[in-house]
Design a protein around this ligand. Structure first.
Ligand code: ZN
Length: 394
């Protein structure tokens, strides 16, 4: 299959993942002619991955086949997702079309020993399976997101990774043994990018960046609608780019990393002299309410990360930059200085048309990404259900 044809096919299936659509609607979303879309739909119908629904599109001619909506043939089973943050854990269970049936979030400490963390996570998953009343034999796979780089070839945490207490532990294998289910792991920012590409702000973008600003700083890169992981899975370690060589030593061992400067914890710490001990939640609330000091640290953080994004725009020439994570709660007091710095620190042509927007899926992007990743991996593992054409979607 020619690459453009494969891309069109993936585009159509991704669009249909959001619900049934008419041929005209599909043509509009894909940006191709109706006749090209009709040919594509005919081949998908022949493959048996889509079907015509009974309901006619409003206003179409009676009995006219082109008026029928096209839907994905229903997938079977369920997916479970776990988003590991540094101080939280979120879990969700969805059907095979990624509609969330149940979800939960709670406190977590990523500094706890890996085996204890896996026991804790497995218990959370058991709770959500029980609450959803889903028959666990119908669960296809579990996807997990972690705030650190994952080796793209092995699916394990990178040796020397910043999750010091987890290195050397087979995280997906350990969880898989506890749950009796296949488990697939990826970096959280990659998963946020995957979710925004599929359902969020990057739906129609070929080249997109997703910047995750939270206790850590991460970056997901989508090229031609696919997540770019680099040679070994480290692509996007934006948080550990050095922005101040005399800055504080970072947990990665380097000095003055972007993350050490602008994590929500670092920003809250910068307010101790003026505001006393303040939590990152409180700092974000104050920033949104117009507190001058809180706004200042948030604006400076936006300007600093904007510099790095400007450089990224010169490297990748994206159509859209999506900003996610809890720091985005600060809204325009973060985003405006970020945009200014991005434009100042890039080739003008690289940023003149770049859209900079908050994550459409807000702070749920990573969790939705874990479900999508579970689906992607489990379909690739079962050849009969390679709906998206295997490696084309990898
Ligand atoms: Zn670092």
């Amino acid at each position: 299959m020619a690459a453009s044809q494969a891309r069109l096919r993936t585009g159509a299936l991704t669009a249909l993942a959001k619900g049934p659509q008419s041929r005209a609607e599909l043509a509009r979303q894909l940006g191709v002619s109706r006749s090209t879309t009709s040919l594509l739909v005919s081949s998908l119908l022949a493959e048996g991955v889509v079907e015509e629904t009974g309901d006619d599109v409003e206003g179409s001619k009676p009995a006219g086949r082109p008026g029928r909506r096209i839907a994905l043939v229903a997938q079977h089973g369920y997916y479970v997702g776990i988003d590991f943050g540094r101080i939280f854990i979120k879990t969700a269970i969805s059907d095979a079309n990624y509609r969330i049936i149940d979800e939960s979030s709670g406190d977590f400490d990523i500094e706890m020993p890996a085996e204890a963390a896996l026991d804790f996570a497995a218990a959370k998953v058991e709770q959500i399976i029980a609450a959803s009343r889903v028959d666990r034999r119908q669960i296809n796979a579990v996807g997990i997101g972690v705030p650190g780089p994952v080796d793209a070839a092995t699916g394990h945490l990178h040796a020397g990774s910043i999750l010091a207490r987890w290195v050397g532990t087979d995280v997906p294998g350990g969880l898989s043994r506890r749950l009796g289910l296949p488990v697939y792991m990826d970096n959280d920012a990659n998963l946020g990018m995957l979710a925004e590409s599929t359902y969020g702000a990057a739906r129609n973008a070929n080249v997109a960046l997703y910047v995750l600003l939270s206790i850590g700083v991460g970056l997901g890169i989508a090229i031609n609608g696919k997540i770019f992981r680099g040679a070994t899975g480290i692509a996007g370690e934006l948080g550990h780019v050095v922005v101040d060589e005399h800055g504080d030593v970072c947990r990665c061992g380097s000095r003055g990393c972007l993350e050490a400067k602008i994590s929500v914890h670092a920003l809250a710490k910068a307010l101790v002299a003026s505001h006393g001990e303040i939590s990152s939640d409180e700092m974000l609330r104050k920033a949104a309410a117009g507190d001058v000091g809180a706004n200042r640290v948030v604006a400076d953080a936006g300007a600093l990360v904007g510099r790095s994004i400007g450089a990224l725009c010169s490297y990748f020439n994206p159509e859209i930059v999506i900003v996610g994570g809890e720091l985005m709660r600060a809204g325009d007091s973060l985003l405006n200085p970020l945009k200014d710095a991005m434009r100042r620190f890039s080739i003008a042509r690289a940023t003149e048309n770049v859209k900079v927007v908050p994550a459409a899926l807000k702070e749920q992007a990573e969790l939705i990404g874990t479900l999508l990743f579970a689906g992607e991996k489990s379909r690739a593992a079962s050849p009969a259900e390679q709906l998206f054409g295997g490696n084309e979607h990898e």
